[in-house]
Design a protein around this ligand. Sequence first.
Ligand code: SF4
Length: 342
Amino acid sequence: MKISEVLIKKYLDIKRDLPWRNTRDPYLIWLSEVILQQTRVNQGLPYFNAFSEAYPDVRQLAEAEEDEVLRLWQGLGYYSRARNMHATAKQIVEKFPDHFPVTYDELIRLKGIGPYTAAAVSSFAANEDRAVVDGNVIRVISRFAGITEPVNSTPVRREIERIAAAWLQPGTAALHNQALMELGALICKPQNPLCHECPLQSACAAFRDGLTDRIPLKTKAAPKKERYLHYYLGAEGIQYIRKRGAGDIWQGLYEFPLCETGGPDPEPLPSFAGRETAPQLLQQAKHTLSHQLLHIRFWQTELQAGHLQDYEAVADSELDRYGFPIVLRKFSDVFIAGKGLL
Ligand code: SF4
């Protein structure tokens, strides 16, 4: 039996029933792929349901307000993905007014769609012979082939792509790609792979050589940049918020009056904070992003509207209408919506 046949046979036994597997609609498949990047299936599923219900086709997504898209995305992180998804939807409607592009060559020409997504959509929606290479596939192939060099180097990545393409049997891409990805997700897991359940075990180099905990190897990521953010809230049922601009984290999302310091200053006193009483510390939190570690403190103080020209005043009860980064939303739910302290 060829590897592809073995994989597909196993897949038909173990596959999870997921909504994007029950459709060949390229828009829904693309939507699921965008949502599932860097996201676990269980976490992504409610977002897929919410987006596919709110925007059943690409035109409706393209015509949505960006604020609304970001609000629906709230909690999923990596907000640039939501903005890129929205921009790509607009581009698709403009370039393909009559249909959602489904061939690899059409998809790869779109800004915001890379080789992975183009291969996934074209193979799942149209069974085009394209091998998909995501994190799960990289793990299975690097273990199977016993690749002990870092998988994030370009030559190794090319070698994995070559093997992935060689495993693919013409005419089976939709099933084959799902099968390989599902094996990586459910059996060849990052930690403690279930090799005793794996149909590739008899030919797997990592299993044979006891290297499953060392492969795939990655070069070490650079240390995260640490930032110190102080947010200030008022006590009078009105908050000041502004939309974050381009070129930094959380672009397009809203935030409260901010004072960022270069280090862990105990108590900065920005111009917009009242001088009569010292700001009161409500909560502190650490929040990890892909390249940054944020130390966030939330303060309550008398806010000076005259020093907050860049911000708009919003009643506490209206805050739900705005998309906030999840760490600010959680804080706002406890301390403002729940009137925890205010
Ligand atoms: S035998 Fe183990 S390490 Fe090898 S592919 Fe299967 S699950 Fe992964």
